[in-house]
Ligand binder design. Structure first.
Ligand SMILES: *[C@@H]1O[C@H](CO)[C@@H](O)[C@H](O)[C@H]1NC(C)=O
Ligand SMILES: *[C@@H]1O[C@H](CO)[C@@H](O)[C@H](O)[C@H]1NC(C)=O
Length: 192
């Protein structure tokens, strides 16, 4: 019996990767909502403010999330909101999993139209870019995540009717962050 348990533990650890989806060397992006999303993700990249794609991602500096999408609706959108969450990758003795990290609601109900020049998002093939400074979050993330890969998931919603937001796209980014820059502790951020 013990041997079987040990074998199962060993097998599940063996199947685990420290850096899933190639996150040791590059950002991995994918659409995370169901079939036929209104905004179909074609490709995506993260750049610094000069347009360079560096890896790992240095969160102590402003970054640009660039999405090439196809807007399948027959109209444009200019009233959007996004909710985002972070997960940290754990792999080890007991298997591997994404663990949600606390973001204290700071990434909820943000207005992507205020973070760039992408609105209105026109019908057909188009680009959405959001310029964000996550350095405050970076402090908390780095305190918690050390060298583990992190997953950043963005839910983009139509806010035409704020009481009935409709999800247009869900995009997950899996990547590693650098530990450069200045970091606050989680406790300090909470006091802000
Ligand atoms: C790797 O990426 C695919 C999509 O490309 C996703 O379905 C899968 O869940 C990812 N694996 C992990 C461990 O997150
Ligand atoms: C968009 O317009 C095309 C052509 O007029 C039509 O075939 C299609 O059903 C429309 N799509 C939606 C979502 O209304």
């Amino acid at each position: 019996m013990l041997i079987i348990v040990l074998f199962v533990l060993f097998a599940s650890t063996f199947a685990c990767e420290d850096f899933p989806n190639g996150t040791a060397t590059a950002v991995h992006t994918f659409q995370c909502n169901g079939p036929n999303p209104t905004f179909e993700l074609v490709s995506a990249k993260i750049m610094d403010s000069e347009g360079h794609q560096n890896y790992p991602i240095d969160l102590s500096k402003p970054i640009v999330f660039h999405y090439d999408i196809i807007n399948h609706a027959n109209h444009s959108f200019d009233n959007l909101r996004s909710d985002s969450e972070f997960d940290e990758w754990f792999s080890g003795w007991l298997g591997c999993y994404w663990l949600p990290l606390p973001t204290f609601g700071v990434l909820d109900n943000t207005n992507p139209c205020e973070l760039g020049n992408s609105c209105p998002v026109k019908s057909g093939p188009t680009v959405i870019e959001t310029h964000v400074d996550l350095s405050q979050i970076a402090a908390v993330l780095n305190a918690i995540t050390s060298h583990h890969p992190t997953q950043f998931t963005v839910h983009l919603k139509d806010n035409t009717n704020p009481n009935q937001q409709v999800e247009l796209a869900c995009v997950s980014w899996q990547m590693q962050f650098t530990k450069d820059g200045k970091y606050l502790t989680a406790a300090k951020l909470l006091k802000h």
